[in-house]
Design a protein around this ligand. Structure first.
Ligand SMILES: Cc1ncc(CN)c(N)n1
Length: 229
């Protein structure tokens, strides 16, 4: 079995939990409350900034131009394409995208970003990819799941969001990262693979918690004034 399949199987319960999360169900049913959408976009804008930083760490760790170009290209995807689902959410919530940018990460999102950054800085390339993978992979499957279950048409409020994540070129981010981690896994021992698996599972858990954070409008309990994130 390919290593990426081992990873996916190890997180089956978390994927199912994500499909059933009220935020994800709310996207499918088209009835999310505005506060949750706004909280999600505020956190996700900063989360995706951090995600691009981590692609930058991957570039710093790369030894071939092919690898450098690969991660560079993925930064372009986040910058130029992943703004579309955010625009869809902002339209439904009736707020300007620019108004939701520059906020501190809520606790769970902060935890997720800290996890990915520390794995990226301290771990192998395989661990780095494993920590990043749940981001594109869970959304790809959410897109397919919602498309199949709700069969949204263009008048569905989250039609753009669902179809964006179910699309071929969005899928390629996951497929290519899987190919890369499978290649990496061919040349490393069990201990290295176990570390990558732990990084993957933790990111899956934090994907679930990110939805929860947005749905419950999670905030820091006290003011963050003067605190560097
Ligand atoms: C938290 C999170 N995870 C995944 C994705 C999809 N790239 C996202 N936009 N935000």
């Amino acid at each position: 079995m390919k290593f990426s399949q081992v990873l996916r199987e190890s997180a089956e319960d978390i994927y199912q939990g994500i499909f059933e999360h009220p935020f994800v169900v709310g996207i499918g049913e088209g009835n999310l409350h505005k506060e949750a959408i706004v909280h999600y976009v505020k956190a996700d804008f900063e989360y995706l900034n951090a995600f691009m930083n981590i692609y930058g760490i991957a570039i710093a760790k790369s030894s071939t131009r092919e690898d450098m170009n690969y991660f560079y290209d993925k930064i372009g995807f986040v910058l130029n394409s992943e703004i579309h689902p955010h625009h869809n959410l902002c339209e439904v919530a009736g707020v300007d995208y620019e108004e939701l940018q520059g906020y501190p990460l809520p606790p769970t999102a902060n935890h997720y970003v800290t996890h990915m950054k520390s794995v990226a800085q301290q771990g192998s390339m395989g661990e780095l990819i494993a920590a990043l993978l749940p981001c594109p992979w869970t959304y790809l499957e959410i897109g397919h799941h919602l498309k199949e279950k709700y069969q949204p048409t263009e008048d569905h409020p989250f039609y753009e969001w669902i179809t964006f994540y179910a699309k071929e070129d969005t899928a390629s981010v996951t497929t290519e990262l899987c190919e890369r981690i499978d290649k990496w896994a061919e040349n490393v021992g069990e201990e290295e693979k176990e570390k990558a698996k732990q990084a993957f599972i933790k990111s899956c858990q934090l994907e679930y918690l990110f939805w929860d954070m947005a749905y419950n409008v999670e905030e820091w309990p006290f003011s963050l004034e003067g605190v560097q994130q």
